[in-house]
Design a protein around this ligand. Structure first.
Ligand code: DGJ
Length: 757
């Protein structure tokens, strides 16, 4: 709900309020972002900052307002030059070379619809009415207008912000930065959590305390990046999974992003997020406008689980769209880890047939099917099937896969080209490089300049032809290198600072056109795994391959990292072979499944090399997943930390709370350990549930020890499962084994199901 009274603006969701006001000087004073508050006209005096004198050597805003210093004020947006020396929201160079801005309030509008962006994807609402507040600010000495947009999503306690800038003057200005959101906090006693990583090591949670100065989480890879995901949190020291205050921020953007925390001299903490100003500058000519990506903000006093619940609901409801929004995702079998580049029709069909026999629904031919592609040195750009490998072309293999009762999917990497390709021979000028300089190579490939309209049209038309050439149901859109040598030959020298952003805009244009043309295709984003895992991609592609690491133990940590900001509905997760290709670790087949089952479960291994016994297990797993996937894919996901170091414990609760699934996973086994509990989250306290585990055989590697899993079978109320938890069977401790003991060797795991009775 949006409430406007005199000079007070309040945005209320079910549990959260966001409040600011217009000051006498026409600045926007930020008053509150947190738990819901009741406001009336009398509230402002209590909420506003009191200023009777100027502290020390602060600069006064102007002569008339001798006690106001912008350096020590909670602001809704800020600029350099009028006293505020903290991290700015906007930085503009004017035609006269000056860079002081003073944006002042110039009116507002409340709309019951969301503004469409010209160039960028944004959140949306299916519920019908959505509320938007637009604040107009005008720069005091120039005709530059800034619009601050606020979108309120009541049910998930999310408020989105974005910024648009219009140049109504007669001269061009240069934008050095335009952030998407700024939130000023009274004190600095917060932990700043960000998710750092690398290829096959995505989403490590890192907690930092910033007591003074600045801390920046940013990407400069040209993508949202596996090095630093744009989702970040601010929480109190005492915040845990279920208790305490927590703020979450994300950006609907797939390029270079920036999230900064700045603690100034008066211990106020400022958070900003937006496009990374590093290497960025943008000329906004007379009559032109620039729009910053949308920022997503949420608050919960129910700990990290509360916050991630808000973010999950927001992504499911207001980011993911189209045919696949509410549609169950198929169990797929991908050829990559099964055969890498060494594929041919016969081999692929054998694999697909083995998949069909165990219940796979979609067969995906990954890299290696086109041109002369036998390794990563050639053919990107030549999207025509290799006659040697696929004599009947894509159509031929797609038809044969379909005849096995499976849907067919294909891998592409449309934004890239190998120098060793026909496309490069024809259009060397289409790549991102700096004329006359040597180019830094990544995975032996170059990036096509998506700023170039001809390149955009080539991508759209080539992909359209490919997708229409056969009965294709799924497309994996990969992107396997980071940017170097930023440069677009389509832009004049003085506009090269626009290149990285314009690339992302060009990419979105292609994604929007293709998903519009092929609304029923299931697109899965990918960038060497999680190098472009963000809300911008999810506005077009309903799911993203989360990591090239398929080791169950690493995956549990990676998936848990994503779960803070993203719903499981967005994450591709595959069961692969052991020893695992990335870690050389052996984990039980059931553990590989148990972890993948808590996201979009698929398989990526050579089923033809599996034993009869293993194939039976895979079949059973797929049957279980199909039965439970509406819960596991669309459900609410909770983390539980209290099982001790080395343990992972999750609950996923179906939307109607009638069904839930739980996971208990351990790392290296220790003998004679304390007993374990399984504690659920998110159930209906007054509903009675049947709690039980999946039974399977536990095999040692040498096969000389076999045990049946213990039985857990209880009929208890939701409040018992959540407040007490189930005390699980005693764990094996070198002695006293019988069939009621929980045999839990290294990397063991169990799935528990809960069904309302
Ligand atoms: C990187 C992806 O993340 C992998 O899954 C696979 O598709 C390879 N690229 C193929 O080159």
């Amino acid at each position: 709900m949006i409430y406007v009274k005199d000079n007070l603006f309040a945005l209320h969701t079910e549990n959260v309020s966001y409040v600011f006001r217009v000051t006498d000087t026409l600045h926007l004073e930020h008053l509150h972002f947190g738990g819901k508050i009741t406001l009336d006209g009398d509230s402002i005096p209590a909420l506003m900052e009191k200023r009777e004198f100027l502290n020390g050597n602060l600069n006064a805003y102007d002569r008339e307002h001798g006690t106001l210093s912008l350096e020590n004020y909670l602001l809704e947006m800020s600029a350099y030059g009028k006293g505020d020396i903290r991290e700015p929201f906007v930085d503009i160079i004017y035609a006269d070379g000056s860079s002081t801005s003073d944006f002042l309030y110039d009116g507002y509008k409340v709309l019951h619809e969301k503004s469409e962006y010209d160039t960028l994807p944004g959140s949306y609402s299916d519920y019908g009415r959505s509320e938007q507040l637009i604040l107009y600010l005008k720069e005091r000495y120039s005709d530059i207008v800034m619009e601050l947009h606020y979108y309120v999503y009541e049910r998930c306690d999310v408020i989105c912000r974005s910024t648009k800038l219009r140049n109504e003057s007669m001269q061009a200005v240069t934008l050095k930065r335009l952030m998407s959101a700024q939130v000023d906090f009274d004190d600095s006693d917060y932990i700043f959590t960000h998710f750092n990583g690398a290829w096959i090591r995505e989403m490590n949670r890192v907690d930092n305390t910033v007591t003074a100065g600045r801390f920046v989480n940013a990407s400069y890879t040209g993508t949202s990046s596996s090095r630093a995901n744009p989702f970040v949190m601010l929480s109190r020291r005492e915040t845990s999974q279920n208790f305490g205050e927590c703020y979450g921020f994300n950006l609907i953007y797939s390029g270079n992003h920036y999230e900064a925390v700045d603690v100034g001299s008066f211990s106020k903490l400022r958070f900003v997020n937006g496009i990374n100003p590093q290497g960025f500058s943008y000329t906004v000519g007379p009559g032109e406008r620039f729009e910053a990506p949308e920022s997503v903000m949420s608050y919960s006093d129910k700990g990290f689980n509360g916050l991630s619940g808000n973010m999950h609901e927001f992504v499911r409801e207001h980011i993911v769209r189209g045919t696949w929004k509410y549609k169950e995702r198929p169990v797929l079998l991908n050829s990559w880890e099964a055969a890498y580049f060494d594929i041919n029709e016969e081999k692929l069909l054998r694999l697909a047939k083995a998949g069909a026999e165990v219940g796979v629904e979609l067969f995906v031919v990954d890299d290696g099917w086109f041109g002369e592609r036998n390794d990563d040195t050639s053919s990107l750009g030549d999207w025509k099937a290799s006659e040697k490998k696929l004599p009947g072309g894509i159509r031929g293999i797609a038809d044969k896969v379909k005849a096995l009762g499976l849907k067919f999917g294909i891998w592409v990497e449309p934004e890239m080209v190998n120098v060793n390709s026909r496309l490069y021979e024809m259009h060397p000028e289409w790549v991102v490089d700096i004329p006359g300089r040597t180019h830094s190579e990544g995975r032996n490939q170059r990036i096509l300049d998506m700023v170039n309209k001809d390149v955009q049209n080539y991508v759209i038309e080539t992909m359209s032809r490919l997708i229409s050439s056969a009965d294709i149901s799924y497309v994996k859109w990969d992107m396997n290198r980071t940017f170097t040598d930023y440069y677009s030959k389509c832009l004049p020298p003085e506009r090269q600072g626009e290149m990285a952003h314009r690339y992302v805009v060009g990419l979105y244009h292609c994604m929007k056109t293709l998903t519009g043309r092929f609304p029923d295709i299931l697109f899965e984003g990918c960038a060497s795994g999680g190098n472009r895992f963000d809300l911008g991609i999810l506005c077009y592609f309903p799911q993203i391959w989360a990591s090239d690491n398929t080791d169950a133990m690493c995956r549990a940590r990676i998936q848990e990292g994503y779960s803070y900001g993203y719903p499981m509905l967005a994450l591709g997760a595959h069961v692969s072979a052991c020893p695992n290709r990335q870690t050389l670790r052996n984990t039980p087949l059931w553990t590989r499944f148990n972890v993948a089952a808590f996201a979009l479960c698929g398989y990526e291994c050579n089923l033809c090399e599996m034993s009869e016994e293993e194939l039976e297990e895979v079949k059973e797993q797929i049957d279980i997943y199909k039965e439970w996937r509406s819960v596991l894919q669309f459900g609410d996901f909770y983390r539980y930390d209290e099982n001790g170091a080395g343990y992972v414990s999750w609950t996923c609760v179906g939307r109607d709370k009638r069904y839930a699934a739980g996971l208990l996973l351990q790392g290296l086994a220790q003998p004679n350990m304390p007993d374990k509990r399984f504690v659920a989250r998110g159930l209906r306290p007054d509903a009675k549930y049947h709690f039980y585990n999946i039974k399977f055989k536990i095999r040692s590697d040498s096969g000389n020890m076999q045990a049946d899993t213990e039985t857990e079978d209880y009929h208890v109320y939701g409040d018992v499962l959540m407040n007490s938890g189930v005390r699980l069977s005693q764990g094996f401790a070198a002695t006293g084994y019988n069939e009621r003991v929980r045999v839990f060797p290294d990397f063991a795991s169990r799935i528990y199901f809960m069904e309302e009775e």
